[in-house]
Design a protein around this ligand. Structure first.
Ligand code: MN
Length: 276
């Protein structure tokens, strides 16, 4: 099965979809290992004509690599696998699209960019700050993702509405760019520097629109709001890759799978339309 159901032609591809079915550090509700498969399945039902951009972008060269090897015993080793795969995509000047799996897989993608591209910033959509230094004995836990990210990159978080007291102090003292669910898209874009990698933890969305996540938090983003923000980012910045993580499919309920697939395709459309 391929993303959108388009033919899989690596030679002509510009985007490479990598699936990482990893969920070993999830704290509340596992099942994210089936997230990537559910997104790809749902993507086959996504209408490929984009009505805002008035074009069908499905022929732009999307290659579905399939599932990466996972290391269930060690989140650190698992991140190393992801890093290697993303590096291979970057080496061939293609755009990586990573589907999770839990959010810790994004650390692998950040590390791949850290070793190649200087001066990128990370746009982070999430209900949580993910700024813990260590959690459950590892620095590669999903709760530490943005702490690791901010060690290497400037990051701007959006949709954040849940964090610990320690994280609150870090955000305040460090003057970190952390927006809640209400924001001006232009204010977010203003904080981004250079090229942009986008990491989407699906719990950023309101549970009414995306219930299938490990840790649903009320008061989240609307799909429309996120699409408008990403449109603004794509128009003003160059998006060099993205991930969509933390889908924890609910049997018989495809709302969230479809939102994730729709969002991933929207990002491809926006990157294509920007033509950078
Ligand atoms: Mn989260």
């Amino acid at each position: 099965m391929t993303f959108l159901g388009v033919p899989n032609d690596y030679a002509k591809s510009k985007y490479v979809v990598l699936s990482c079915p990893y969920d070993s550090t999830a704290s509340y509700g596992v099942g994210m290992r089936s997230g990537p498969q559910a997104i790809i399945e749902a993507s086959r039902q996504v209408e490929t004509y984009d009505i805002q951009l008035q074009r069908d972008f499905s022929g732009c060269g999307i290659y579905t690599f399939g599932e990466l090897e996972v290391h269930r015993g060690s989140p650190e080793k698992n991140c190393a696998y992801v890093k290697e795969a993303v590096e291979a995509v970057l080496r061939e000047k293609r755009i990586p699209i990573l589907l999770g799996g839990e959010h810790s897989v994004s650390i692998g993608a950040f590390n791949a960019f850290a070793s190649r591209a200087k001066g990128i910033s990370v746009l982070h959509l999430d209900a949580h700050a993910d700024m813990r230094d260590e959690y459950e004995g590892t620095k590669f836990n999903h709760a530490c993702v943005m702490r690791r990210c901010r060690e290497a990159f400037h990051a701007v978080s959006v949709g954040v509405r849940s964090y610990s007291e320690e994280e609150a102090q870090l955000i305040r003292k460090g003057g970190l760019d952390v927006f809640g669910s209400e924001f001006e898209a232009s204010a977010v874009v203003k904080r981004l520097k250079g090229e942009v990698y986008v990491t989407v933890d699906l719990d950023a969305f309101d549970p009414s629109e995306c219930p299938a996540v490990g840790t649903p938090e009320p008061g989240g983003l609307r799909y429309k709001q996120a699409a408008e923000l990403l449109s603004e980012v794509a128009a003003r910045k160059k998006i060099v890759g993205f991930d969509v993580v933390e889908l924890c499919p609910i049997p018989g309920n495809r709302i969230s799978d479809f939102l994730a697939a729709r969002l991933a395709y929207k990002l491809i459309c926006l990157i294509e339309a920007a033509g950078k």
